[in-house]
Design a protein. Sequence first.
Length: 126
Amino acid sequence: MTDFADARSIITSGMRAQAARLRHVSENIANADTPGFRRKTISFEAVRDSGAVRVGRMELDRTPLPQVYDPGHVMADERGYYEGSNVNLLMEVTDAREAQRSYEANLKMFDQVRQMNQGLLDLLRR
């Protein structure tokens, strides 16, 4: 039964990674209009010899912040510009959908492993 436990461990690590990704995407979307906000990204790392995945470091997107012209804004300089956010909402929605679908695929795999485990137990009981 250790194979079933290993499979569940790998699957749950994928679900945790996608949940973390969704958390960062949500933060990015929530701060899309925050002046000076830089988009957060995360990477995934393979866990050696197990097949599992873990969340790597969170990094800030280093693309230049757009200069927004609004002379009445509190953060505007003497020319009337302030630094906006480098969050692209289309990119964030796309990332959210991909993370959601990956999470759902892992969830289906978890259910398949559970059903196979239950089927094995039923066979052993006979």
